[in-house]
Design a protein around this ligand. Structure first.
Ligand SMILES: O=C(O)CCC(=O)C(=O)O
Ligand SMILES: [Fe+2]
Length: 207
Protein backbone atom coordinates (compact mmCIF):
# COMPACT_ATOMS: atom_id res chain seq x y z
CA UNK A 1 0.00 0.00 0.00
CA UNK A 2 1.32 3.49 -0.80
CA UNK A 3 1.97 5.64 2.22
CA UNK A 4 1.49 9.32 1.56
CA UNK A 5 1.16 10.23 5.22
CA UNK A 6 4.32 10.17 7.31
CA UNK A 7 4.57 7.86 10.28
CA UNK A 8 5.17 10.81 12.57
CA UNK A 9 2.00 12.57 11.36
CA UNK A 10 -0.05 9.41 11.87
CA UNK A 11 1.40 8.84 15.35
CA UNK A 12 0.67 12.42 16.39
CA UNK A 13 -2.98 12.05 15.40
CA UNK A 14 -3.32 8.65 17.12
CA UNK A 15 -1.58 9.80 20.31
CA UNK A 16 -3.73 12.97 20.47
CA UNK A 17 -6.93 11.00 19.92
CA UNK A 18 -6.02 8.50 22.64
CA UNK A 19 -4.95 11.18 25.13
CA UNK A 20 -7.22 14.15 24.43
CA UNK A 21 -10.02 12.85 22.16
CA UNK A 22 -9.07 15.21 19.36
CA UNK A 23 -6.17 16.30 17.13
CA UNK A 24 -5.38 19.23 14.86
CA UNK A 25 -2.75 18.84 12.14
CA UNK A 26 -2.32 22.15 10.33
CA UNK A 27 -0.32 20.60 7.48
CA UNK A 28 -2.14 17.36 6.83
CA UNK A 29 -2.76 17.73 3.07
CA UNK A 30 -0.44 19.39 0.52
CA UNK A 31 -1.52 22.72 -0.95
CA UNK A 32 -1.62 21.19 -4.45
CA UNK A 33 -4.36 18.81 -3.30
CA UNK A 34 -6.38 21.32 -1.28
CA UNK A 35 -6.30 23.74 -4.25
CA UNK A 36 -7.72 21.07 -6.56
CA UNK A 37 -10.37 20.15 -3.99
CA UNK A 38 -11.31 23.81 -3.46
CA UNK A 39 -11.56 24.28 -7.23
CA UNK A 40 -13.79 21.24 -7.51
CA UNK A 41 -15.97 22.45 -4.64
CA UNK A 42 -16.36 25.84 -6.34
CA UNK A 43 -17.31 24.17 -9.62
CA UNK A 44 -19.96 22.13 -7.85
CA UNK A 45 -21.28 25.28 -6.16
CA UNK A 46 -21.56 27.08 -9.49
CA UNK A 47 -23.23 24.04 -11.10
CA UNK A 48 -25.75 24.10 -8.25
CA UNK A 49 -25.10 20.50 -7.18
CA UNK A 50 -24.53 21.33 -3.51
CA UNK A 51 -27.80 21.28 -1.58
CA UNK A 52 -28.80 22.78 1.77
CA UNK A 53 -27.82 20.27 4.45
CA UNK A 54 -30.43 18.59 6.61
CA UNK A 55 -29.98 17.52 10.20
CA UNK A 56 -30.73 13.99 11.33
CA UNK A 57 -31.39 11.02 9.09
CA UNK A 58 -34.16 9.27 7.25
CA UNK A 59 -37.55 10.54 8.28
CA UNK A 60 -35.85 12.80 10.78
CA UNK A 61 -33.97 14.75 8.08
CA UNK A 62 -35.14 18.33 7.99
CA UNK A 63 -33.57 21.42 6.49
CA UNK A 64 -33.56 23.77 9.41
CA UNK A 65 -31.98 27.09 8.55
CA UNK A 66 -31.76 27.91 12.21
CA UNK A 67 -29.48 24.95 12.95
CA UNK A 68 -27.04 24.82 10.08
CA UNK A 69 -26.59 26.95 6.98
CA UNK A 70 -24.10 24.93 4.97
CA UNK A 71 -24.62 23.39 1.53
CA UNK A 72 -23.26 19.90 0.97
CA UNK A 73 -22.62 17.19 -1.59
CA UNK A 74 -21.56 13.64 -0.72
CA UNK A 75 -18.33 12.28 -2.20
CA UNK A 76 -18.14 9.09 -4.18
CA UNK A 77 -15.00 7.28 -5.26
CA UNK A 78 -14.08 7.64 -8.93
CA UNK A 79 -15.43 11.16 -9.42
CA UNK A 80 -12.09 12.94 -9.78
CA UNK A 81 -8.39 12.38 -9.09
CA UNK A 82 -8.47 15.00 -6.31
CA UNK A 83 -11.39 13.36 -4.48
CA UNK A 84 -9.79 9.95 -4.87
CA UNK A 85 -6.47 11.30 -3.56
CA UNK A 86 -8.25 12.68 -0.52
CA UNK A 87 -10.18 9.44 0.10
CA UNK A 88 -6.92 7.51 -0.16
CA UNK A 89 -5.26 9.69 2.50
CA UNK A 90 -8.20 9.27 4.83
CA UNK A 91 -8.20 5.53 4.28
CA UNK A 92 -4.55 5.41 5.29
CA UNK A 93 -5.48 7.26 8.45
CA UNK A 94 -8.39 4.85 9.08
CA UNK A 95 -6.08 1.81 8.84
CA UNK A 96 -3.49 3.42 11.14
CA UNK A 97 -6.14 4.30 13.76
CA UNK A 98 -7.46 0.74 13.66
CA UNK A 99 -3.98 -0.72 14.10
CA UNK A 100 -3.26 1.36 17.20
CA UNK A 101 -6.61 2.07 18.82
CA UNK A 102 -8.65 -0.99 17.75
CA UNK A 103 -11.71 1.08 16.93
CA UNK A 104 -12.85 -1.27 14.16
CA UNK A 105 -13.46 1.54 11.67
CA UNK A 106 -14.82 0.04 8.46
CA UNK A 107 -15.29 3.03 6.19
CA UNK A 108 -15.25 6.80 5.77
CA UNK A 109 -18.18 8.85 4.49
CA UNK A 110 -17.54 12.43 3.47
CA UNK A 111 -19.14 15.46 1.87
CA UNK A 112 -18.08 18.82 0.50
CA UNK A 113 -19.44 21.60 2.67
CA UNK A 114 -19.88 25.22 1.70
CA UNK A 115 -20.79 27.84 4.30
CA UNK A 116 -21.66 31.15 2.62
CA UNK A 117 -20.85 34.29 4.63
CA UNK A 118 -22.97 34.39 7.78
CA UNK A 119 -23.76 30.66 7.76
CA UNK A 120 -23.16 28.66 10.93
CA UNK A 121 -23.82 25.27 12.51
CA UNK A 122 -25.11 25.37 16.09
CA UNK A 123 -23.49 23.29 18.84
CA UNK A 124 -24.09 19.57 18.23
CA UNK A 125 -22.68 16.05 18.44
CA UNK A 126 -21.95 14.08 15.25
CA UNK A 127 -24.08 11.12 16.24
CA UNK A 128 -27.56 10.28 15.09
CA UNK A 129 -30.08 9.09 17.67
CA UNK A 130 -30.90 6.05 15.54
CA UNK A 131 -27.39 5.23 14.28
CA UNK A 132 -24.21 5.09 16.36
CA UNK A 133 -21.82 4.03 13.59
CA UNK A 134 -20.02 7.38 13.37
CA UNK A 135 -17.00 7.02 15.65
CA UNK A 136 -14.41 9.57 14.54
CA UNK A 137 -15.12 12.88 12.79
CA UNK A 138 -12.53 14.36 10.40
CA UNK A 139 -12.68 17.73 8.64
CA UNK A 140 -10.22 18.99 6.02
CA UNK A 141 -10.31 22.72 5.34
CA UNK A 142 -9.79 24.24 1.88
CA UNK A 143 -9.46 28.00 2.54
CA UNK A 144 -6.15 29.73 1.89
CA UNK A 145 -4.97 32.66 4.02
CA UNK A 146 -7.77 32.50 6.57
CA UNK A 147 -7.54 35.32 9.13
CA UNK A 148 -8.85 34.99 12.68
CA UNK A 149 -10.95 38.16 12.32
CA UNK A 150 -12.84 36.52 9.44
CA UNK A 151 -14.57 34.18 11.92
CA UNK A 152 -15.62 30.72 10.73
CA UNK A 153 -13.87 28.90 13.55
CA UNK A 154 -14.76 25.37 14.52
CA UNK A 155 -15.33 25.62 18.28
CA UNK A 156 -14.71 22.39 20.19
CA UNK A 157 -16.03 21.77 23.72
CA UNK A 158 -13.54 19.27 25.13
CA UNK A 159 -14.17 16.74 27.87
CA UNK A 160 -11.85 18.54 30.32
CA UNK A 161 -13.92 21.71 30.05
CA UNK A 162 -11.53 23.50 27.70
CA UNK A 163 -12.90 25.26 24.64
CA UNK A 164 -10.68 25.30 21.54
CA UNK A 165 -11.16 27.26 18.32
CA UNK A 166 -9.79 25.88 15.03
CA UNK A 167 -9.17 28.13 12.02
CA UNK A 168 -10.45 26.57 8.75
CA UNK A 169 -7.12 27.10 6.97
CA UNK A 170 -6.30 25.12 3.83
CA UNK A 171 -4.51 21.83 4.51
CA UNK A 172 -5.54 21.59 8.16
CA UNK A 173 -7.26 18.42 9.32
CA UNK A 174 -9.15 18.27 12.61
CA UNK A 175 -10.09 14.85 13.98
CA UNK A 176 -12.20 14.14 17.07
CA UNK A 177 -14.25 11.40 18.75
CA UNK A 178 -17.76 11.86 17.36
CA UNK A 179 -19.65 10.96 20.52
CA UNK A 180 -17.44 12.87 22.97
CA UNK A 181 -16.85 16.32 21.52
CA UNK A 182 -19.73 18.79 21.09
CA UNK A 183 -18.79 21.48 18.57
CA UNK A 184 -20.14 24.35 16.50
CA UNK A 185 -19.21 26.32 13.40
CA UNK A 186 -19.13 30.08 13.92
CA UNK A 187 -20.28 32.43 11.15
CA UNK A 188 -17.63 33.85 8.82
CA UNK A 189 -17.31 36.94 6.68
CA UNK A 190 -16.13 34.95 3.63
CA UNK A 191 -16.93 31.65 1.89
CA UNK A 192 -15.84 28.67 3.97
CA UNK A 193 -15.11 25.40 2.12
CA UNK A 194 -14.31 22.02 3.62
CA UNK A 195 -14.57 18.27 3.33
CA UNK A 196 -16.35 16.90 6.38
CA UNK A 197 -16.49 13.21 7.08
CA UNK A 198 -16.85 10.35 9.52
CA UNK A 199 -15.02 7.09 10.09
CA UNK A 200 -17.68 4.53 10.87
CA UNK A 201 -17.88 1.29 12.77
CA UNK A 202 -20.00 -1.60 11.63
CA UNK A 203 -23.57 -1.10 12.83
CA UNK A 204 -25.19 -3.51 15.29
CA UNK A 205 -28.76 -3.22 14.23
CA UNK A 206 -30.46 -3.80 10.87
CA UNK A 207 -30.30 -0.46 9.06
O1 LIG B 1 -16.84 22.44 9.23
C1 LIG B 1 -16.57 22.19 10.39
O2 LIG B 1 -15.64 22.75 10.98
C2 LIG B 1 -17.41 21.20 11.17
C3 LIG B 1 -18.68 20.77 10.46
C4 LIG B 1 -19.56 19.92 11.33
O3 LIG B 1 -19.53 20.01 12.52
C5 LIG B 1 -20.48 18.93 10.73
O4 LIG B 1 -20.70 18.95 9.50
O5 LIG B 1 -21.01 18.09 11.48
FE1 LIG C 1 -20.35 18.27 13.39
Amino acid sequence: MTTDLSDSLLSRIIDDLAEFGWSLQTQFAPLSLTRQLAEECRQRISLGTLAPAGTGRGNAVAVREGTRGDHIQWLEAGQSPACDGYLQLLDELRVAINQSLYLGLVDYESHFAFYPPGAFYLKHLDRFLDDDRRAVSAVLYLNEDWQADEGGMLRLYLADGQVRDVLPEAGALVVFLSSDVPHEVLPATRDRLSLTGWFRRRGDGPL
